[in-house]
Design a protein. Structure first.
Lengths: 408, 135
């Protein structure tokens, strides 16, 4: 890789051991993907939940922090794995909470802002068209690339940390124009009507795309998705396909510049009603018993929180409901009375976490939760590996099912 | 079949080991019980198999960014594969391999690596040269 004078000095250790580690890591990754050089980034977002990093990861973070390291661009964090105000009732242990506390201390000392959110594009500083970023969380990356026209690869925690320390990332993948053009063409007729429909569409397109290096374009949409709908579409697509970028014909910013004739060489893949129905059929059916209902993945926006609060009002549920939102939204929701309304029904709102990255296996075992119902196409894809039997339904049906303990 | 397969230069050290192969994708978060060191996702083609000290051979990588930290954590506890070979890795797995110094290669010149290597094969991977030798 070609390094400028400053980058070479980082590699020589002239700016200390942390910068030397960071740029060496970036060169190693850059060489793997044939990057020619590094590109400056305006923001970094790091996934650093305690379940993923474990004891070894937190020791690594502490080692970097103890070098007196400070990040050089605005750097924020993905959801935590423990809501420190509510973890014992979930069956989470002091050991889990302590990994989280140590992570928060190490990150804060480096100047990392503990935003604890996977919806930063809705609540913190939305990316700008053409902005080069080093974002973690697949849902954040796919939204930023697709809806905003910003440029980021999936950056795992270690690489995001390296980017925060150097202010750069290797220029490969989605930082390059040639990798942002559509490679798979999908035509739809059935129009998504609600969040879960958008998630199912994303899941089917992601599954059929099947690789980080494919860029789907979806044609035939007659409606423009809201930010929340785009959020569920992208999060599911990234989850099922490792897809980091999609285009919606006539809707998303880069799609505007794609000419029809540029797509002629691509096969037209029709997404049929049965494709969508088959996806949903894998996840539960009417009459199935449920142990817990979860609204998360991605964290809920204030609009979704309002809807959950309205649906929970004056109800008492037979099975527990867990709702995960960001600290930014949580405080708004509290001020507007939504948290009180939700929790009065027996449901619980967790702040700054997301269910699947908060030791889902352990809390499932501790509470006897196996049959989980959610409106998130993403979370039902993830939790099979954590010992759950996940089921999928829209938000209203999740709420109604929680009243009787089985899927309506 | 050739006994030396050529791939893109990779990450990590030269290693020798026994192959565990499937035409399926990989995510440390979605597919594994990382405490027991087995594939835990019922739908995965390697479900129930131990990956400890194996040369994992899989199609590609899927899912989220967690796999980067998870590879590091798995390697630090020595409950990890010895190497992973993909047809095409995503960014996360390569980043995790770089931090963990886990041997990883992809982009094979001779075709689908999940067909070229079978479970039980013994191989030597040289990531600097970008070669996998069947022995």
């Amino acid at each position: 890789m070609i390094l400028n004078q400053e980058e070479q000095a980082m590699l020589n250790g002239e700016f200390g051991e942390a910068k030397k580690w960071a740029i060496k890591h970036q060169i190693q990754v850059g060489n793997f993907f044939d990057a020619e050089n590094l590109v400056n980034v305006s923001q970094v977002h790091m996934m650093v939940d305690p379940e993923s990093i474990g004891e070894e990861g937190v020791l690594f973070l502490e080692k970097i922090a103890d070098m007196g390291t400070k990040v050089v661009v605005p750097m924020i964090t993905d959801p935590r794995g423990v809501d420190l105000n509510y973890y014992r009732p979930l069956g989470q242990t002091e050991e889990m909470a302590n990994i989280d506390r140590r992570t928060i201390k190490a990150c804060s000392s480096m100047g990392i802002l503990m935003t604890n959110t996977c919806v930063n594009y809705q609540t913190i500083m939305p990316p700008i068209y053409g902005d080069h970023l080093a974002y973690g969380d697949t849902g954040v990356v796919i939204y930023s690339n697709s809806a905003c026209g910003a440029r980021s690869n999936f950056e795992g925690g270690p690489s995001a940390l390296a980017a925060g320390i150097t202010g750069r990332t290797p220029r490969y993948g989605l930082h390059l124009d040639e990798n942002r053009l559509p490679t798979k063409r999908f035509i739809i007729k059935e129009q998504p009507k609600e969040l879960t429909d958008w998630g199912i569409l994303g899941a089917v397109v992601g599954k059929k795309s099947g690789s980080y290096w494919e860029v789907p374009i979806i044609e035939g949409l007659e409606v423009t998705p809201t930010s929340d709908e785009m959020k569920h579409l992208g999060a599911a697509m990234a989850s099922y396909g490792s897809t980091p970028l999609f285009h919606l014909d006539g809707i998303t910013p880069e799609a505007i510049n794609i000419k029809k004739e540029d797509l002629n060489h691509l096969e037209k893949n029709k997404i049929t009603q049965s494709d969508l129905a088959d996806l949903k059929l894998q996840f539960g059916k009417k009459g199935d018993k449920i142990d817990v209902v979860v609204f998360a993945a991605p964290q809920l926006s204030i609009i979704e929180m309002h809807k959950v609060a309205t649906l929970c009002d004056n109800k008492i549920f037979k099975v527990p409901i867990i709702v995960c939102t960001s600290p930014q939204v949580y405080n708004d929701a509290k001020r507007m009375g939504f948290i009180e309304k939700i929790e009065k029904s027996g449901a619980k709102v967790l702040e700054g976490t997301c269910f699947y990255n908060q030791y889902a296996r352990e809390i499932g075992e501790a509470n006897g939760w196996k049959k989980l119902l959610s409106n998130s196409a993403k979370i039902v894809n993830i939790l099979g590996g954590y010992g759950y039997q996940p089921a999928l339904a829209n938000m209203e049906d999740c709420i109604q099912s929680a009243l009787i303990g089985e899927i309506i | 079949m050739k006994n030396i397969l050529k791939c893109h230069p990779g990450i990590g050290d030269k290693v020798e080991g026994i192959v565990l192969s499937a035409n399926d994708d990989f995510s440390a978060r979605y597919d594994l019980d990382r405490i027991k060191g087995i594939f835990s996702r019922p739908q995965h083609k390697l479900s129930g198999e131990s990956y400890i000290d194996k040369i994992l051979v899989l199609n590609g990588s899927k899912g989220g960014v967690a796999s980067a930290w998870m590879l590091y954590e798995m390697c630090a506890r020595n409950v990890a594969p010895k190497a992973i070979l993909f047809n095409k890795a995503n960014t996360i797995l390569a980043q995790g391999a770089a931090l963990a110094n886990l041997t990883m290669c992809d982009r094979f010149e001779d075709g689908d690596i999940t067909s070229l290597l079978k479970t039980g094969d013994r191989v030597i991977i040289n990531p600097i040269l970008g070669t996998v030798k069947l022995i």
